[in-house]
Each structure stands twice: as structure tokens, then as C-alpha cells.
Design a protein around this ligand. Structure first.
Ligand SMILES: *[C@@H]1O[C@H](CO)[C@@H](O)[C@H](O)[C@H]1NC(C)=O
Ligand SMILES: *[C@@H]1O[C@H](CO)[C@@H](O)[C@H](O)[C@H]1NC(C)=O
Length: 135
């Protein structure tokens, strides 16, 4: 038998899995849990292709965005966080973070809270895990 059939089957499977993957939209939420004094939380989030601009969040306010990660899993968003004299920059979404946020529903959320003592991640806005510190 010619190898043409297995290759076309493989391509069909890749296309199907690509379509299934492409429907998994992700919402990243950045929430301020730091006091307004000395300053509001300043955030600036970007990917290779998107600059989400600079935003100022008071305690309890959130900034969020929705995107579809690429098929090969290299989508990366990072944010610069500034609060008073403190600063931190890290990946708020990448392949590793995806593992924390993923569930089976197809649409899912990554919640980040900036607190006095660091940065916490949750997939349900309820159970939090500390993953980063202020510098
Ligand atoms: C995104 O943030 C806005 C502004 O804080 C809020 O009104 C909206 O409900 C949030 N969207 C989601 C999906 O949480
Ligand atoms: C996350 O939880 C907080 C505190 O319970 C609530 O105020 C907020 O609306 C929730 N956000 C979303 C997007 O569900």
C-alpha cells in the first residue's frame, strides 16, 4: 500500500485536533488586592503580537482579556506590575500556567491576584496558590 493514506489520515486528525484546541478560549484576570497607598497598582501586559496597554487598578478592581492560544502551545503573555517602589515582571500565561488554569469545559479562566506579599493564581477565583513575589 502507498503511504499516502496514512499521511492524509494524520493530516485530518491534526486538523480536527487543531479545531478542537482552537475553541478553548482563555480569560486572564488580573486583580488588585493592594491598597491605593502609596499608589494604585500599575500593570502593562503584552504578548509578542498584542500590547494591552497600561492600566491602573485600585484595590478590588480587575483587568481581563480573552484569547485563543495557538496550536503549538507557544502563546505567552507577560505583565509588568508596579506598586509604589515595588516591581515585578513575569509570564501570566504560558504553557506552564495553562496547566494550572485548565479544566474540561473548553472555556477557562486564569485569575491572578496581586497582594502585599506576592502574586497568587487561581482557576476558580476561590482557591489560590502563591507563584510569584515582588522584587
Ligand atoms: C472583566 O473586567 C471588567 C472590568 O472590571 C468586568 O466588568 C467584567 O465583568 C470582567 N469580565 C469577566 C469575564 O470577568
Ligand atoms: C471573584 O471573586 C471576588 C470575591 O469573591 C468577586 O468579587 C468577583 O466578582 C469574582 N470575579 C469573577 C470574575 O467571578
Amino acid at each position: 500500500m502507498s503511504p499516502v493514506i496514512p499521511v492524509s489520515v494524520l493530516l485530518a486528525l491534526l486538523t480536527i485536533s487543531h479545531l478542537a484546541y482552537a475553541r478553548k478560549d482563555i480569560v486572564v484576570h488580573i486583580i488588585s488586592r493592594v491598597p491605593k497607598d502609596p499608589t494604585s497598582l500599575q500593570i502593562h501586559c503584552k504578548s509578542k503580537d498584542n500590547n494591552l496597554g497600561m492600566h491602573f487598578l485600585d484595590n478590588g478592581q480587575e483587568f481581563n482579556w480573552t484569547f485563543t492560544p495557538n496550536f503549538i502551545g507557544t502563546t505567552l503573555f507577560f505583565c509588568d506590575f508596579k506598586w509604589g517602589s515595588k516591581f515585578r515582571s513575569f509570564a501570566v500565561y504560558d504553557r506552564r500556567i495553562n496547566g494550572y488554569c485548565a479544566n474540561l469545559s473548553g472555556f477557562y479562566d486564569c485569575y491572578w491576584e496581586a497582594r502585599l506579599d506576592g502574586f497568587y493564581l487561581s482557576k476558580d477565583n476561590h482557591t489560590w496558590e502563591k507563584l510569584n513575589f515582588w522584587t
